[in-house]
Design a protein around this ligand. Sequence first.
Ligand SMILES: Cc1cc2nc3c(=O)[nH]c(=O)nc-3n(C[C@H](O)[C@H](O)[C@H](O)COP(=O)(O)OP(=O)(O)OC[C@H]3O[C@@H](n4cnc5c(N)ncnc54)[C@H](O)[C@@H]3O)c2cc1C
Length: 123
Amino acid sequence: MKDRKKFDLVFELAKTLGGAVGASRTAVDQGWIPYSHQVGLSGKSVTPRLYLALGISGSAAHLAGMAAAEVIVAINNDPGAEIFTVADFGIVGDLFEIVPALLERLNQHSAKTSDQDGRAQDE
Ligand SMILES: Cc1cc2nc3c(=O)[nH]c(=O)nc-3n(C[C@H](O)[C@H](O)[C@H](O)COP(=O)(O)OP(=O)(O)OC[C@H]3O[C@@H](n4cnc5c(N)ncnc54)[C@H](O)[C@@H]3O)c2cc1C
């Protein structure tokens, strides 16, 4: 995720989806997020319905904490990244292009949905 400021993108996506932010040890070591959010061998094990792995290489130590998630979606610009061996859906590309585009679509969708809800209540 490059730096603390860019890591905010993860918080923004989690907020939009109503999710929680977990992190690799790399992110914790960089000081971008507290250790209590670390997922993996020396962190927490999580089994969410959906796990979005953003720029996660897929080290054995990280997989130990999340491979049991129901659905794993990975975004990584390295087609050979280990995370793709456990991902149900994989996107090879730059997360700094893909995540903002995803956020835009999600925001459009929720604006449309709340507009429809508003009209249904009016009727
Ligand atoms: C005893 C021990 C315990 C450990 N415990 C844990 C643990 O609990 N949890 C844990 O996570 N790790 C743990 N580790 C560390 C682990 O081995 C890895 O170093 C760590 O998981 C790597 O984190 P990462 O995938 O975030 O970073 P990296 O390995 O640096 O991977 C970054 C990935 O991001 C991709 N990328 C870069 N830029 C972009 C971009 N713009 N768009 C898309 N993709 C991009 C790269 O292709 C790469 O695959 C432990 C290690 C040891 C020795």
